[in-house]
Design a binder for this molecule. Structure first.
Ligand code: NAP
Length: 317
């Protein structure tokens, strides 16, 4: 398959995740050094959010310090993603949240600004905020996160209705060996409608790095289980991954996964252990509608209520 062009000018396919950094004063210096190490090593994409760290921009502050040490003059080499917390995603709240993120990051503009997940405010509100940010050139691109196909359709309808200047170019969702749900039609839909897939939790929050099969496959090739897990995500030609690590050795290891190409035999072995269940349903619209209905139900029952909650209706954020 030829990779679709999402017009995002991404600097590579592996970025640094930052959930969990910026929450502890003791780890501050070590975390700044880790992010700086990643930049020096070659990472050019960083994923963060106003909520990461202490729930009030802690991760963005850490990244801001690392960016300063890396060199403000090199800003144009980087692709920085941040996200508005859904409770803040009114028109004015979105603008204010983005301004605060940019201030903490010290980076003048964001390359991609996402709504963290669908929350209590109408899409039109968030879109108007995004529109202002695009007009003021505080953000270069906008997108969404944790959206299913129905959410994305609704978002596109609102974009058309409002006639805003920029359309969403990405959807950041969980995609990992043991959660392959996006393969049931969502990636196909995103490709057809211009939403770059960004895969979060590609290491299963560390769990996959200890999986016996991945360790065994890695051992045979002289790579690690983490690299196998990342290479598996990257076998989808347009998926980008944002593994998090605050450990220099792992930061380096994860980045080198871009060089690992899994063979048909390795992919077959992986499929046996991490099967795409109900393969016959792949791309079936009925399944998609059923999944959307369940998610709508979950959303209505389990509404995130405040900034102190660090989990989204879709798990860890
Ligand atoms: N949009 C959303 O709603 C959303 C949700 C979740 C995550 N995200 C984004 O996606 C990023 C990645 O997801 P995640 O942080 O939840 O999980 P992840 O990247 O799948 O896993 C991170 C965990 O794995 C460990 N790890 C990293 N590299 C390793 C390696 N080579 N070997 C062994 N262990 C390793 C890390 O520990 P160390 O730090 O100690 O190395 C950390 O505990 C987040 O940081 C965030 O930027 C977005």
């Amino acid at each position: 398959m030829n990779s679709p062009n999402y017009n995002l000018s991404l600097p590579g396919r592996i970025g640094l995740g930052t959930a969990g950094i910026g929450g502890s004063a003791e780890r501050h210096d070590q975390e700044v050094a880790a992010v700086k190490f990643a930049l020096d090593f070659g990472y050019r994409m960083i994923d963060t959010a106003e909520i990461y760290g202490d729930g009030a921009g802690g991760a963005e502050r850490i990244i801001g310090s690392a960016l300063k040490a890396f060199g403000a003059a090199r800003r144009s080499e980087l692709f920085i993603i941040s996200k508005v917390w859904p409770d803040n995603a009114t028109r004015a709240g979105t603008v204010k949240a983005c301004e605060a993120s940019i201030e903490r990051l010290g980076c003048k503009y964001l390359d991609l600004y996402l709504i963290h997940w669908r929350g209590p405010h109408a899409f039109a509100e968030t879109l108007r905020g995004f529109d202002e940010l695009l007009e003021r050139k505080l953000v270069r691109n906008i997108g969404v996160s944790n959206f299913d196909i129905d959410d994305m359709k609704e978002w596109r309808r609102e974009e058309r209705r409002l006639g805003v200047r920029g359309t969403a170019k990405a959807n950041e969702t969980s995609y990992r060996l043991d959660r392959r749900g996006n393969e049931y039609g969502q990636f196909v839909w995103q490709r057809a409608h211009g939403f770059q897939p960004i895969a979060y939790c590609p290491l299963g929050q560390g769990e996959l790095t200890r999986h016996p099969l991945l360790m065994e496959l890695g051992r045979k090739r002289g790579v690690t289980a983490a690299q196998i897990a990342l290479a598996w995500c990257l076998r989808e030609p347009d998926v980008i991954v944002i593994p998090k690590s605050a450990n220099p050795q792992r930061i380096e290891e994860n980045f080198r996964a871009a060089d690992v190409r899994l063979s048909a035999e390795e992919l077959h072995q992986i499929d046996q252990v991490f099967p795409l269940r109900h393969r016959w349903l792949k791309g079936n619209p009925l399944l998609r509608h059923a999944r959307s209905a369940v998610r709508r139900l979950v959303r209505s029952v389990k509404k995130p209520a405040s900034r102190t909650i660090h989990t989204s209706p879709y798990g860890n954020i």
